[in-house]
Design a protein around this ligand. Sequence first.
Ligand SMILES: Cc1ncc(COP(=O)(O)O)c(C=O)c1O
Length: 343
Amino acid sequence: MIKEKANINWNELKFSYLKTDYRYISFWKDGKWDEGKLTEDNYIRINEGSTVIHYGQGAFEGLKAFTQKNGSIGIFRPDMNAKRLQNTAKRILMAEVPEDKFIKACKDVVAANYKYIPPYGYDASFYIRPYEIGVGENLGVRPAPEYLFSVFGVPVGPYFKGGFNPVNMVVADYDRAAPKGTGHVKVGGNYASSLLPHQIAAEQGFADCIYLDPKENRYIEEVGAANFYGITKNGEFVTPKSGSILPSITRLSIMELCEKVLKIPVFEKPIDINSLDQFSEVGACGTAAVISPIGSITYKDKVFKFYKDGKEVGPITKKLYELLLSIQRGESDIFKEWIYIVD
Ligand SMILES: Cc1ncc(COP(=O)(O)O)c(C=O)c1O
């Protein structure tokens, strides 16, 4: 491996696409996956009848690699993303990608794109985007005859403009997912339907929107691409319990950090939108969003403000952010098993 870095201003990175040198691609046909390979071609050629194009039979994942304090490169919890992609595949009848194939593909892409992995010490990381789509000759609404699994990666900076600072959000007037639909899995269609509410929120000057449950329009579900949490005035960590939100790996991780490291009680329960006054801090958490403090939430004609009038990051949010990043960057001795080192 040639150990040199690309000529990139790592401090200026945004969360946007950049062509890196190699991506992994593999096909499923006649009941089995092929070996898969790395390719330099960042375009895919698929049959015009592919189910992903017409019926949305496609799914994706998102995870990150970080340069560790000791100079090696580690991927954060790829086993969890592999399992989530399998769950998604089950829900929309796609062939499942074996966990070891998924992890090896991620490691191969990271190793092959070494020069694009942000060095240690920057507020940047290497975002890995695995995806699986139904391809092959087809016309009717049925599962595809063939599948494509691919992984690419891009160096990224903060998801929300301004980095680790409170952002303002608004409650969307649209539903994200139906109660027994596909909200709990990572299918592309969930995100297509979120584009309009997101655009409306952005036009009104908000960083993103928050969805309520589609049945009663009363309980918080999640943010467009992140889960929601709050810290009550009594110091408890509370996050929505719902069958139609994506089970965030970041959220799972910070729940463990609250319980085992900060010794903060953790509750998964419905959060009534009219009960936001109980929280001193609220935030969004996800691979891209990391932990993003939310300064205010606008709901109809009310504006709920959080820590220091929504202007500062609360102490628990800050602590969780620092803990999570220290683990991801290999600076910590706890939860080392969450990091998969790329050889
Ligand atoms: C809708 C939604 N919720 C939550 C998350 C956060 O999940 P994770 O922490 O696994 O990235 C994501 C991002 O993957 C998402 O798209």
